[in-house]
Design a protein around this ligand. Structure first.
Ligand code: SF4
Ligand code: SF4
Length: 495
């Protein structure tokens, strides 16, 4: 089998080459001759004379390899200890308590297959937080280190947030640490806001759109609606601390695709003084029959597709008229052509294709080695610390996994190696035969069943992922056909 994927748009035909991680534009005849199930030998024996030289030329440059690819196990296993000083972000589970009971909360009763903790009263103490922050300061060499306060609702333990921020200011004044609080917003008192303003602490406030939609999912512990309260806090910050607000406050929107995308966008648009487009972070609600109304999803996706297409056309048109503009950014574009909804569509589009645009064209398989897909190295890039001081990969892989260390013993590297080894043992055989290996962003969480990495889950997740990646590649090609500079970098196309 050839290590390729055929990609077709309305106008053109392409071959995505797995080993070289590049797209090749081909004519229709060659596209139709090529069969992903052929070997290279079959291809050259069956193909029209006129293509053979070209194909052999590509083959010399490592295109058109046959599956299984000669990929060895990931060898960070050897160097993992040296490579560990790359911690990117630290997340502290300041408390497991919450004053909300959002219907879709992973710490509530939904998502029976995700075995997270339940809401409870555990709080992190100062000594635990201090040890975790000290570990981070010693091991983080990033230009912009960030500590994120996470919960439950972290403001229920505001005392600890204050202690930690003051501790870093006093004992590590040269370490340029930023802080971020992921909050439901309900407890933002004047005292808390002023502390955040004084210390440039970022606030990520959750709000899901208009009142009817937000309050369907986001209720407090007594079942009361929460929209009015949270929105009034947002207005208070904007009206009293506008400079801080514009830079340091962002909004986390959990979007259920069964809800009207149009209503969600219209709400933020109508209140755009409080919700600047670039401060909105939209993520999709985890799929679950309890929340998804599958009949309603197609209409919402149709609406999103139509504004996305319109947005692409507007941007291409504006770029054509402003060819000389080097640092062109659709989000900064003052032109009235880029309406609020177009900017939202642009952000969603870039996020969807982010992994493709970032990875495509890069040689992902080097010396016959590739890191297992999109998974992180547990605890290396991001570290999640539970209220009791256990280290975990991230918030998604916490509580239902074994810890990878703790604030007293540090990271258990042997165990981290075991995790990667276990994962590779499960997936590598399939990945060696997979066209998507160079752009795959499979994460541990998709394969974890609450107790172990599970092959059935892995297979199911891979099928969905490959369908999505193929769609993303097609959309990427369609945009490139309109404007090769759309993503402000090289197109990944072989000329
Ligand atoms: S605010 Fe966050 S932690 Fe609290 S119930 Fe809602 S989703 Fe869960
Ligand atoms: S989609 Fe699945 S089989 Fe393919 S590379 Fe990713 S993890 Fe491996």
């Amino acid at each position: 089998m050839l290590a390729i994927k055929k990609i077709k748009t309305e106008k053109n035909h392409y071959i995505y080459d797995t080993y070289r991680n590049k797209l090749i534009k081909v004519d229709e005849k060659l596209y139709n001759t090529l069969d992903e199930n052929m070997s290279f030998e079959q291809l050259t024996s069956e193909m029209d004379e006129c293509y053979i030289e070209d194909i052999k030329h590509y083959r010399k440059k490592n295109f058109f390899q046959d599956f299984p690819l000669e990929i060895e196990e990931f060898d960070y296993l050897v160097d993992i200890d040296k490579d560990y000083k790359k911690l990117n972000m630290l997340s502290l589970e300041i408390t497991e308590q919450c004053n909300f009971r959002c219907k879709y909360c992973v710490y509530g009763d939904s998502y029976a297959n995700l075995k997270f903790r339940n809401h409870n009263d555990n709080m992190m103490d100062y000594s635990t937080a201090k040890k975790a922050v000290d570990f981070y300061i010693q091991n983080c060499h990033k230009a912009e280190p960030v500590v994120r306060f996470y919960g439950g609702e972290p403001l229920l333990n505001f005392k600890l947030i204050k202690e930690i921020v003051n501790y870093v200011a006093k004992y590590h004044p040269k370490f340029k640490l930023s802080f971020l609080i992921a909050t439901n917003g309900s407890l933002l008192s004047k005292e808390i806001i002023e502390f955040c303003v004084l210390n440039n602490i970022r606030l990520h406030i959750s709000i899901d759109g208009p009142e009817e939609i937000n309050d369907k999912y986001r209720n407090d512990i007594n079942g009361n609606k929460t929209f009015d309260k949270v929105f009034s806090k947002i207005k208070f910050i904007k009206n009293n601390y506008p400079d801080y607000f514009n830079v340091f406050v962002a909004f986390l929107v959990t979007y259920n695709p069964s809800e009207s995308m149009k209503d969600v966008i219209e709400f933020f648009k109508k209140n755009s003084d409080f919700f600047p487009v670039s401060n909105i972070i939209i993520s999709s609600l985890i799929e679950d029959e309890e929340f998804y109304d599958y009949d309603k999803i197609p209409d919402n996706m149709k609406y999103l597709n139509s504004i996305t297409q319109k947005t692409i056309d507007i941007i291409v048109d504006m770029r054509n008229r402003n060819e000389s503009q080097g640092d062109y950014s659709p989000l900064n574009e003052k032109s009235s052509e880029m309406k609020y909804e177009n900017k939202i569509a642009y952000i969603l589009l870039v996020n969807t294709l982010n992994y493709i645009t970032r990875t495509l064209n890069k040689q992902m398989i080097e010396n016959n080695k590739v890191y297992p897909q999109g998974c992180c190295i547990p605890g290396r890039e991001s570290l999640f610390v539970t209220s009791k001081g256990e280290y975990h990969y991230c918030e998604k892989m916490s509580h239902h996994t074994n810890n990878i260390g703790d604030v007293d013993k540090g990271i258990n590297l042997e165990y981290v190696k075991d995790i990667i080894q276990e994962y590779q043992n499960l997936v590598l055989k399939d990945c060696r035969n997979c066209w998507a290996i160079s752009i795959c962003n499979q994460c541990f969480i998709q394969v974890y069943d609450g107790e172990k990495f599970n092959y059935e889950l892995f297979r199911e997740s891979c099928e969905n992922l490959k369908t999505r990646l193929q769609k993303n590649l097609t959309q990427y090609c369609e945009i490139m056909e309109k404007d090769e500079g759309f993503f402000n970098d090289s197109s990944g196309l072989v000329k």
